[in-house]
Design a protein around this ligand. Structure first.
Ligand code: HEM
Length: 141
């Protein structure tokens, strides 16, 4: 990611402002529409999970210019996700749902360069979460 793309992710995220909770709600709707089988993995009440997800996303977006800190963070997050029953293929579904939720809430502000920057940022986060997951998972025989 270029510094310009990091700025695009951060400035578009800031534009969400008070609409961040609405984006989080929309995000889970998009996720479960894409794959209803993911719904039972979430045992925490959805409103609470939406808040956790929004807080974590805020931390990640803010940490983007400090890559080392970010990657330590996302590896640990990925390791925890093994215990939630999340599979590698689910990261693609979640990425699509996130981009759709951002597009719905940001409207015209979610222009192609902004979308591209978010897609890159999400892939980076997903890849490092999967690294953390691989390190946490016992080697199967
Ligand atoms: C950018 C990627 C992601 C972020 C920021 C994120 C964030 C979070 C956070 C903050 C939690 C709360 C617990 C914790 O901190 O360990 C959590 C739990 C969870 N996440 Fe994620 N997650 C991501 C990717 C995924 C993916 C790809 C899935 C697959 C469907 C998923 C499914 C879950 C589930 C099932 C839980 C447990 C919910 C429960 O306790 O009921 N997450 N996630």
């Amino acid at each position: 990611m270029t510094p310009e793309q990091i700025t695009l992710v951060q400035s578009s995220f800031e534009r969400l402002g008070p609409q961040l909770p609405a984006m989080a709600t929309r995000f889970y709707q998009e996720l479960f529409t894409r794959d209803p089988a993911l719904r039972p993995l979430f045992t925490t009440p959805l409103p609470e999970q939406e808040v956790r997800f929004a807080e974590k996303l805020t931390e990640i977006v803010q940490a983007m210019p400090r890559l080392d800190e970010l990657l330590t963070h996302t590896r640990a997050l990925g390791a925890r996700h093994v215990g939630y029953g999340v599979r590698a293929a689910d990261y693609r579904t979640l990425g699509d749902a996130l981009l759709a939720a951002l597009a719905a809430v940001l409207g015209d502000g979610f222009d192609p360069p902004t979308r591209e920057a978010w897609a890159l940022a999400y892939n980076l986060v997903a890849e490092t979460m999967l690294e953390g997951a691989a390190a946490a998972r016992p080697i199967s025989s």
